[in-house]
Write a protein that binds this ligand. Structure first.
Ligand SMILES: Cc1cc2nc3c(=O)[nH]c(=O)nc-3n(C[C@H](O)[C@H](O)[C@H](O)COP(=O)(O)OP(=O)(O)OC[C@H]3O[C@@H](n4cnc5c(N)ncnc54)[C@H](O)[C@@H]3O)c2cc1C
Length: 267
């Protein structure tokens, strides 16, 4: 073998697929009975299959989906719309009203305006702000970390191209660079308190700052998790997360199939 990858999670599988496409003979060692790691679909109750750990996709880069032709191997997004539903108790101060957010700007405005018209007006601008920050970060996502000191001519040229894309995105969005720094370091509650006044909206948006982070929205650094979750992109739509037909295991299976097509037959 040219390469042995230990662990058949989706990242190991993506590496295997790219290496196999370059003609290398790759072996993936997985300790479980199925590949996928935290992106698996398993029959946990007889007759019913579930996404066992991760359940929503959005950070899988479109370039990877295209390069590995994942649609051909059964991968399909089912966009999540509405994206959130926050009910309140009928006996509570909000009298059973609920907040529902999704892709329709007008419906979002109406839903938020039940709690605060000021917040309803601010929400679109907040999404625009996050979109600008996303544009600054995106050029970094589809390549290795820039390293101008190592590699040959081609690697150095690739680093220069990446740096120039990054600088032009940063220049275009220069007004968000200081808030961007804050997003990387501050508690999410600082950011949300500055933008909004209604607790129900802040609580709903704060979920993106705490999922998987084991941190409170008031903890320094939690705002980065908020940004991390708006970096999602699914079915051509930025900031959108989606379910996957057949559960998250379908992603891993599609990547594994794509890799196998390019692998040399064992000799
Ligand atoms: C509960 C939970 C929910 C999540 N929800 C989401 C979500 O909804 N959306 C999202 O985008 N992300 C989510 N994440 C994060 C996401 O699932 C992980 O970032 C991603 O799965 C990491 O992929 P990976 O391939 O790097 O590692 P893993 O998925 O952890 O895969 C590692 C693989 O290596 C194998 N392995 C480990 N050691 C060995 C060994 N010594 N020999 C052989 N095999 C070995 C493991 O069995 C596993 O299959 C969630 C994570 C968790 C835990």
């Amino acid at each position: 073998r040219d390469v042995i990858i230990i662990g058949g999670g989706h990242n190991g599988l993506v590496s295997a697929a790219y290496l196999a496409r370059r003609g290398l003979d790759v072996c993936v060692l997985e300790r479980r009975h199925l590949v996928g790691g935290a992106a698996v679909t398993e029959e946990m109750v007889p007759g019913f299959k579930f996404s066992r750990a991760s359940y929503l996709a959005g950070l899988l880069r479109p370039q990877i989906i295209e390069d590995l032709q994942l649609a051909k191997y059964g991968f399909k997004y089912l966009p999540r719309d509405p994206s959130s539903f926050t009910p309140t108790h009928t006996d509570g101060p909000l009298g059973g009203k609920y907040l529902m957010l999704g892709s329709d700007g007008q419906k979002n405005w109406e839903s938020i305006a039940q709690f605060s018209r000021k917040d309803a007006d601010a929400y679109e601008k907040y999404e625009e702000f996050l979109g600008q920050v996303r544009e600054v970060v995106t050029p970094l996502l589809d390549g290795p970390p820039p390293n101008p000191f190592e590699g040959g001519y081609h690697e150095k040229m690739a680093t220069m191209r990446q740096a120039s894309k990054l600088l032009s995105a940063a220049f275009r969005n220069r007004q968000v660079l200081v808030p961007f720094y804050e997003l990387l370091t501050a508690p999410a509650s600082h950011i949300l308190d500055r933008w909004f006044e209604s607790e129900i909206l802040k609580a709903t948006l704060a979920t993106d700052a705490v999922i998987g982070a084991m941190a409170a929205p008031s903890q320094a650094g939690s705002a980065y998790v908020l940004l991390h979750h708006v970096m999602g992109e699914a079915a051509g739509k930025k900031g959108v997360w989606a379910y996957v037909e057949g559960g998250m295991g379908s992603i891993s299976n599609a990547i594994a199939q794509s890799a196998q097509v390019h692998l040399r037959a064992p000799g």
